[in-house]
Ligand binder design. Structure first.
Ligand code: HEC
Length: 146
C-alpha cells in the first residue's frame, strides 16, 4: 500500500510539474505560431525563377550560332576591316529592339541599299539560311553580352 501511495504522489507530482511546464510552453507557442506565415511567403520567389530561365542559356546558344557571323564581324564582334562592321559599338544595333534586329539580319543590307555604309554586302542571315528566328534572337543576345 505504501508503494501505491508513493507512486500516486509521484504521479500527481509529475503531472503538476508537467502542467506548470506546459503552461509556460503554451505561452511561448503563440508567438511561434504567428511566425508560421513567413515561410509561406518565402516560397513566393520560386515562380520568379521560372520567369527568367533563359538569358544565360540564350547567350550560350548564340555564342555557338555566332560562328556564322564571326568571319566578317570578328570573334569579338569588333568587325573585320573590309568584311563586316563593329557590332559591339553599333549605334544602329542600339537603336533597334531584339525583334527588329532579327528582322534586319534576315534581310541583310546589300551594297546598293541606301543604308549601306561600306559598299560591302551584309548577306541575308549572314549567308547561312539554316539559322532560325530563335537562332538569330540568341545571336543578338550574345552580341549584346559582348
Ligand atoms: C560575308 C560577311 C558578313 C557576314 C557573314 C555577316 N555580316 Fe553582318 N554585315 C556585313 C557587312 C559588310 C555589314 C555592313 C554593311 C554596310 O556597309 O552597311 C554588316 C552589317 C551588319 C549589321 C549592321 C551593323 C551596323 O552598325 O550597321 C548587323 C547587325 C549585322 N551585320 C549582323 C550580322 C549577324 C548577326 C551575322 C551572322 C548571322 C552577320 N552579320 C554576318 C557583313 C557580314
Amino acid at each position: 500500500m505504501k508503494k501505491f501511495t508513493l507512486l500516486a504522489s509521484l504521479i500527481v507530482g509529475v503531472m503538476f510539474v508537467v502542467a506548470c511546464g506546459g503552461g509556460d510552453d503554451g505561452g511561448s507557442d503563440s508567438p511561434a505560431a504567428t511566425s508560421a506565415p513567413a515561410p509561406t511567403a518565402t516560397t513566393a520567389p520560386a515562380p520568379t525563377v521560372d520567369a527568367g530561365p533563359d538569358p544565360a542559356e540564350l547567350i550560350a546558344t548564340g555564342k555557338t550560332k555566332y560562328g556564322s557571323c564571326s568571319a566578317c564581324h570578328g570573334l569579338d564582334g569588333r568587325g573585320v576591316p573590309g568584311l563586316g562592321k563593329d557590332l559591339v559599338e553599333s549605334a544602329f544595333m542600339d537603336g533597334l529592339s531584339d525583334a527588329e534586329l532579327v528582322d534586319f539580319i534576315k534581310v541583310g543590307r546589300g551594297p546598293s541599299d541606301e543604308g549601306n555604309t561600306t559598299g560591302i554586302a551584309m548577306p541575308p542571315k549572314g549567308g547561312n539560311p539554316s539559322l532560325s528566328d530563335d537562332d538569330l534572337l540568341a545571336i543578338v543576345a550574345y552580341i549584346d553580352s559582348l
